[in-house]
Design a protein around this ligand. Structure first.
Ligand code: ARG
Length: 311
């Protein structure tokens, strides 16, 4: 990842973004071109907060850029003017595990899509960087942050254990674990889980509950949640513990075969999803949080919830 001298020189300056979005959602990173030259930017934002980002002239390469998207100008952290090293190459490399609908899944074209993917692309647009998504195993994400990937978005629950290795953005979604059972199962309470064969996705909070909190559980760990559900249908496990929204998706995918039971019934606590970022990258943390705040304020967030989660 090559550093841009222009950007380093610029300090609080902007890196201009030329968006050529064909899609109506305007979030397609493949069609987003970041202008490496970073010189003579003309941005026409009306937002006073972004005033420091407008009309910057840096003569690093002599190109003249016009940002055609009013949202594309808030690259530098508003308070400090700092730009994260992770973004210096104009690319935000994002790890996910696209086995977790509706937050992330592989679409018909073989590309990762879903709520989280759309959200991080919207954040990338705010930051003026291209978003490249790496699909990997969920259990490998935390260790890859700061090396193979810049950040991870994967319906990842904020936990103290993970906080020892990474920092988390502000939370963007509330979650709870659900229990998927075969139609007609008599599992209905926390006590009923004792001694059961429980399927989970490896390294998830569902795994931690089954492994640490359920007495005598025989835990089967899968790389993909859907494989756990298939083994449930085949009778190899008695239930699957997985987050609410994926549980509801699987319930409708395998309608008539399985039921998704609310975690409240099992006294599972609430969880919060957040974006995991390299520990100690304060500039990136505040840039991501600011972008998230803007996306919530301007209605984009609610639109994505409607598009991906509520439909
Ligand atoms: N919320 C759970 C956790 O953080 C499960 C997340 C699984 N995400 C995924 N993309 N497979 O452990």
């Amino acid at each position: 990842m090559k550093k841009l001298i222009a950007l380093l020189l610029a300090g609080v300056m902007t890196m201009s973004l030329l968006t050529a979005c064909g899609g109506s959602d305007g979030t397609n990173a493949d069609e987003t071109t970041t202008d490496a030259a970073g010189a003579e930017n003309e941005a026409d934002a009306a937002d006073a907060e972004d005033a420091a980002d407008t009309e910057n002239e840096a003569d690093a390469a002599g190109a003249e850029n016009e940002a055609d998207n009013a949202d594309a100008e808030s690259e530098a952290d508003a308070e400090t003017g700092e730009v994260s090293e992770a973004l210096a190459d104009g690319v935000l490399t994002v790890g996910t595990n696209a086995e977790f609908p509706p937050f992330e899944y592989v679409d018909d074209n073989g590309e990762p899509d879903g709520f989280d993917i759309a959200l991080i692309k919207a954040i990338g647009e705010k930051l003026g960087v291209e978003v490249v998504v790496e699909n990997m195993e969920f259990d490998s994400l935390v260790a890859a942050i700061g090396s193979k990937i810049d950040v991870a978005i994967a319906g990842m629950t904020v936990t103290d254990e993970r906080k020892a290795s990474v920092d988390f953005s502000d939370a963007y979604y509330d979650a709870v674990q659900y229990v998927i059972v075969p139609e007609g199962s008599d599992i209905a309470s926390a006590a009923d889980l004792s001694g059961k064969a429980i399927g989970v996705q490896m390294g998830t909070t569902g795994d931690f509950i089954a492994s640490d909190d359920v007495e005598g559980a025989e835990v089967s760990r899968y790389n993909k949640g859907v494989d756990a559900v298939n083994d449930l249908i085949n009778g190899r496990v008695d239930c699957v513990i997985i987050d609410k929204n994926p549980a509801l998706v699987f319930e409708s995918t395998f309608e008539g075969q399985v039921k998704a039971l609310p975690g409240e019934q099992f006294e599972f606590g609430t969880e919060e999803y957040a974006i995991a970022i390299p520990k100690g990258d304060g500039a990136l943390l505040s840039q991501v949080n600011k972008a998230l705040e803007e996306i919530k304020a301007d209605g984009t967030f609610d639109e994505l919830v409607k598009q991906y989660i509520e439909n």
